[in-house]
Design a protein around this ligand. Structure first.
Ligand code: ATP
Ligand code: MN
Length: 462
C-alpha cells in the first residue's frame, strides 16, 4: 500500500517495506550512488530516497529523475546517517510517471520571488512556501468547522447568486446571460432586465449574512463558510475579488455574546494550527515573518483589548504619530489607524465597538444615543480589520427608518423585514475574511499568496 510521506517520516521504522509517490525536488549524484528528495505535499520535509547502481535501469532512471518529475518508489526504510532526518528510503524499484525537462521546468532549486511564482500559479504549490501555506489554510478551515460543530452551530450554504447588495457598497459583479452586443432595451432605451435570466438584475454575493440571519431565525446558531465576491478595484495586499468568508449568526444573542464568541473562535483556530501544523508554522517564523509564532501565542494567551470607537478616536488624536488620514469622530478608521491601535498601542488584537451609524451598514442595531450602532471590529497586528460584526437591528420600525434614510430599496428586502414581523429576537453575528486569517497566521505579505487561485483586477489566469 502506498503511504503518504508525512506519515512515513513520522512513523516509519528501519527495515519496513514501503511504497511512496510524489514529485522530485532535488537530485544529487555521487560516484557510488544517488540521492533523490521526494515530496508528495503531505509535509514540508522531503523523503530522501537512496538509489544504488544495482537498481534495474539505474542509469536511465537517474537521468529521468530531474526536479519536477513524478515518481513511485518502493523500497526499505533505513536509519539515516544524515543530519536532520531520522530515516531514508533505500529504493528497490522506481517508476517514473512523467519527466520534467530541466531546460524548461520553471521551478528550479533556487529561491523564486512570490511575484514570479504568481505567474506560474499552476506550479507554485510544489514549493516549500506554498505547500506550507495551503496546509495551514486547510487546517484553518478544519478548525473553523470543528469549532462551530462542537458548539452545535449548523453550517448553512448561502447562495452565490443574489439580488441584494448586503453591504450597500455597490461593489458587485453582475450576473447575466445577455448577449452583451445585443442587450434588450425597453421603449425608453433602458436595459430590459425583465428579459435577463432571472428577470431582474442579479449579482455575485458580497456576503452571506442576510441569508445567515434567515437561517438563524430557524436554527438559532448557524454559520456560513463560502466564497464571496467584490468588484473593488483596490490593488492592495489585503483585497481579493473572490475571497472566502465565515459568517456565524446567533439568535438570542447580543453584542457582548458576539464578541466573546469571536475571541474564543480566533484563539481556537490559532491553537489548532499550532498543534497540527507545527513544522509549517516554524517554517513561516524562520523564512517569512519572525513574529508569527509569538503573535499566535499572544492571541491564544491574552485577552483581547476592548474599547469603543469614541475612545479609539480619542487615543488616535492623542497619538504621537502623523497619520496620512487625520482622524476625527465620524470618520471610518483607515488601515494605518487600525494597525496603530493593534500593533503599537495595545500590541495585541483589539475589539473596537459602537461605531458611528453613518459609516456602518443598515442592519446594525441602533443604540439609544441614535448616533452609534452596536458594531464591533477586531483589529489584528499587521493585518488591520480581520473580523467585522454587529448586533443586528431586530426592531421593525427602527430598521425601516434606517433603510429609508440610507436610500436602500425596502421592497428588495421584504423577506428580511419579515423576519422582524414574525418572531423577531435580538441576534448578532460576525464575518471573518478567511484569507485575512490565513495571512495573519502565516505572515504572508500578500493576500494573493494565501489562496490557490487568486482573483484580482486584471488577474484571472489560472
Ligand atoms: P476593508 O475595509 O478591509 O475593505 P470591509 O469593511 O469592506 O473591509 P466587511 O464588509 O466588513 O469588510 O467584510 C467582512 C470581512 O471580509 C472583513 O473583515 C475582511 O476580513 C474580509 N474582506 C473584506 N473585503 C475583502 C476583500 N476584498 N478580500 C479579502 N477579504 C476581504
Ligand atoms: Mn472593503
Amino acid at each position: 500500500m502506498t503511504r503518504r510521506i508525512a506519515e512515513v517520516l513520522k512513523n516509519g521504522q528501519p527495515d519496513e517495506s514501503v511504497k511512496v509517490q510524489g514529485w522530485v525536488r532535488t537530485k544529487r549524484e555521487l560516484k557510488e550512488f544517488a540521492f533523490v528528495e521526494v515530496n508528495d505535499g503531505s509535509s514540508l520535509a522531503n523523503l530522501q530516497v537512496v538509489l544504488n547502481p544495482d537498481l534495474p535501469d539505474y542509469a536511465k532512471v537517474l537521468k529521468q529523475l530531474n526536479t519536477g518529475a513524478s515518481v513511485e518508489v518502493e523500497g526499505v526504510l533505513v536509519a539515516s546517517p544524515a543530519k536532520g532526518q531520522r530515516i531514508e528510503l533505500k529504493a528497490s524499484a522506481v517508476t517514473v510517471y512523467g519527466e520534467a525537462d530541466p531546460e524548461t521546468y520553471p521551478l528550479q532549486k533556487k529561491r523564486h520571488s512570490f511575484e514570479f511564482l504568481r505567474e506560474i500559479g499552476h506550479l507554485r504549490s510544489r514549493t516549500n512556501s506554498f505547500g506550507a501555506v495551503f496546509r495551514v489554510r486547510n487546517a484553518c478551515a478544519t478548525a473553523i468547522h470543528k469549532f462551530f460543530q462542537e458548539r452545535g452551530f449548523m453550517w448553512v450554504h448561502a447562495p452565490i447568486i443574489t439580488a441584494s447588495d448586503c453591504e450597500g457598497a455597490g461593489e458587485m459583479f453582475a450576473v447575466t446571460n445577455f448577449d452583451l452586443n445585443n442587450v434588450p432595451r425597453t421603449e425608453k432605451q433602458a436595459i430590459d432586465y425583465g428579459k435577463d435570466f432571472f428577470g431582474r438584475p442579479a449579482y455575485l454575493t458580497v456576503s452571506g449574512q442576510l441569508e445567515a440571519e434567515v437561517m438563524a431565525m430557524a436554527f438559532t446558531n448557524v454559520y456560513t463558510f463560502g466564497p464571496t465576491f467584490r468588484a473593488e478595484n483596490s490593488n492592495t495586499s489585503r483585497h481579493l475579488a473572490e475571497f472566502w468568508m465565515v459568517e456565524p449568526e446567533m439568535a438570542f444573542c447580543d453584542l457582548s455574546g458576539d464578541m466573546n464568541l469571536a475571541e474564543e473562535f480566533l484563539k481556537y483556530i490559532f491553537k489548532y494550527v499550532l498543534d497540527n501544523c507545527a513544522e509549517d508554522m516554524e517554517f513561516f517564523n524562520q523564512r517569512i515573518d519572525n513574529s508569527v509564532l509569538a503573535t499566535a501565542e499572544n492571541i491564544i494567551n491574552n485577552e483581547f483589548a476592548r474599547l469603543t470607537y469614541t475612545d479609539a478616536i480619542a487615543l488616535l488624536e492623542k497619538a504621537d504619530k502623523k497619520f496620512e488620514y487625520p482622524v476625527s469622530w465620524g470618520l471610518d478608521l483607515q488601515s494605518e489607524h487600525e494597525r496603530y491601535l493593534a500593533e503599537e498601542l495595545f500590541k495585541k488584537p483589539v475589539i473596537v465597538t459602537d461605531y458611528p451609524a453613518k459609516i456602518k451598514a443598515f442592519y446594525m442595531r441602533l443604540s439609544d444615543d441614535e448616533k452609534t450602532v452596536r458594531a464591533m471590529d477586531i483589529l489584528a497586528p499587521k493585518i488591520g480589520e480581520i473580523i467585522g460584526g454587529s448586533q443586528r437591528e431586530e426592531r421593525l420600525d427602527v430598521l425601516q427608518r434606517r433603510i429609508e434614510s440610507m436610500g436602500i430599496n425596502a421592497n428588495d428586502l421584504w423577506w428580511y423585514l419579515d423576519l422582524r414581523r414574525f418572531g423577531t429576537v435580538p441576534h448578532a453575528g460576525f464575518g471573518l475574511g478567511f484569507e485575512r486569517l490565513v495571512q495573519f497566521m502565516t505572515g504572508m505579505g500578500n493576500i494573493r499568496d494565501v489562496i490557490p487561485f487568486p482573483r484580482a483586477p486584471q488577474s484571472v489566469e489560472f
